[in-house]
Design a protein around this ligand. Structure first.
Ligand SMILES: [Zn+2]
Length: 389
């Protein structure tokens, strides 16, 4: 009933509303989720709100069209990266237009996609769709794709699995068919302190950490052997990014921890390599350390993990690609998305959305009006396609 009375705000008005919600990952996203739920309800569309265990974050899942058909998922994350320490020329949470661009946190990554999807809803509800559209809005993507598994648990239980998922991360509306996966780990080395004049009585945690890092550097070289020219760089990479240890120069350091990450090509399995590394630490390093002090230890703990994406071949993917400009030569991106997780759950997935990641995560993040218009046009073509397939 509400549909006729409901006005139809455009993508730009919706974007202004979405940007005004401060959904930096450490904040609750519930106000934005409730706004989306109310907006959808205005068009007679019910939402499932999937709260996390804290009750402060939620995913939203909604469907328009016949649920006994496969259909398509339009997916995006609701959280944004912080603005701390960044110099903005306008308020990051107030949409600001200048020179054909709209400025604000999340305009590129990725509230413009969410706004365009919401602006499509009035069209979707009045058209005779033969395939459904699922709206999948997640929380906590920017801190390691933590929200979307809860959403996928619900998707797994659908009577018919969607045939395509589009993750609308900013690609300037070019279809992207792959990205690397990532695993980040923390290694903690516990040695034994002593006066630095008596180094043999201590176990130097920094020096053992260095030996592990050297081992990692050798693994990084091994990873280069397997190449895929669709990616830049064309191999899996590994690096140590943070290290902390030691108290003072005259104390043998008892503690050192470092964080490292592997960005792996889709299909490259790194767990065996990590298991071998841990086994090497147990076999080679720990006995030496424990000869001096039995309480020495080396532990590895995961910080975050998401799988890579290599878009599966399918007829439905081909049909969606036909609605888009052709992929460029590389057709991959360096950044990660939730796409690999959707595909792991059996839904062929591609990444395509308005704006450019060149503006993502930066001060004065923006989307061009041109990109916004291209996204609206694509979604209208998609709406038409869903009436014919
Ligand atoms: Zn993003």
């Amino acid at each position: 009933m509400g549909c006729l009375a409901m006005s139809k705000p455009g993508t730009r008005e919706l974007l202004a509303d979405l940007v005004a919600f401060n959904t930096v990952s450490r904040e609750s996203n519930l106000a934005l989720i409730n706004y989306v739920r109310d907006y959808l309800a205005g068009f007679g569309v019910n939402s499932q709100i999937l709260l996390d265990e804290s009750g402060q974050k939620a995913n939203l899942l909604a469907v328009i069209g016949p649920q006994d058909k496969a259909g398509i998922v339009l997916s995006g994350h609701t959280d944004v990266v912080p603005v701390d320490g960044q110099r903005w020329h306008s308020s990051p949470f107030i949409l600001h237009e200048a020179d054909g661009r709209l400025y604000g946190r999340g305009t590129a990554d990725m509230k413009s996609w969410l706004a365009a999807v919401l602006a499509l809803v009035p069209h979707l509800v009045t058209r005779p769709l033969r395939q459904p559209v699922w709206l999948a809005f997640s929380h906590d993507e920017e801190v390691g794709c933590k929200g979307v598994p809860g959403l996928l648990a619900h998707v797994d239980n659908l009577p018919v699995l969607p045939a395509v998922c589009i993750v609308g991360e900013p690609t300037e509306m070019r279809p992207i068919l792959g990205h690397k996966g990532k695993i980040a780990l923390r290694c903690e080395v516990t040695g034994h302190a002593s006066h630095s004049a008596y180094t043999p009585q201590g176990v130097n945690a920094i020096e053992y950490a260095v030996r592990i890092i050297q081992r990692l550097m050798a693994l990084a070289e091994q990873l280069q052997l397997q190449q895929n020219i669709a990616f830049d760089p064309p191999f899996s990479t590994l690096q140590t990014g943070v290290i902390r240890g030691g108290e003072a120069l005259n104390i043998v350091p008892a503690h050192c921890q470092f964080d490292f990450e592997i960005r792996m090509l889709p299909g490259v399995e790194v767990q065996p390599m990590l298991d071998q590394l841990a086994a090497w630490c147990q076999r080679e390093l720990l006995p030496q350390m424990r000869r001096v002090s039995p309480d020495c230890a080396i532990t590895f703990s995961p910080l975050s993990h998401y799988p890579g994406l290599q878009t599966a071949n399918s007829a439905a993917i081909d049909e969606v690609l036909a609605l888009l400009p052709p992929p460029d030569a590389l057709h991959t991106v360096a950044f990660g998305t939730e796409g690999g997780l959707f595909q792991q759950h059996g839904i062929p997935t591609l990444v395509c959305g308005p704006g450019s990641m060149a503006q993502g995560h930066k001060p004065d993040e923006f989307i061009s009006l041109q990109q916004l218009a291209e996204c609206d046009d694509f979604l209208l073509r998609l709406c038409h396609w869903l009436q014919t397939v």
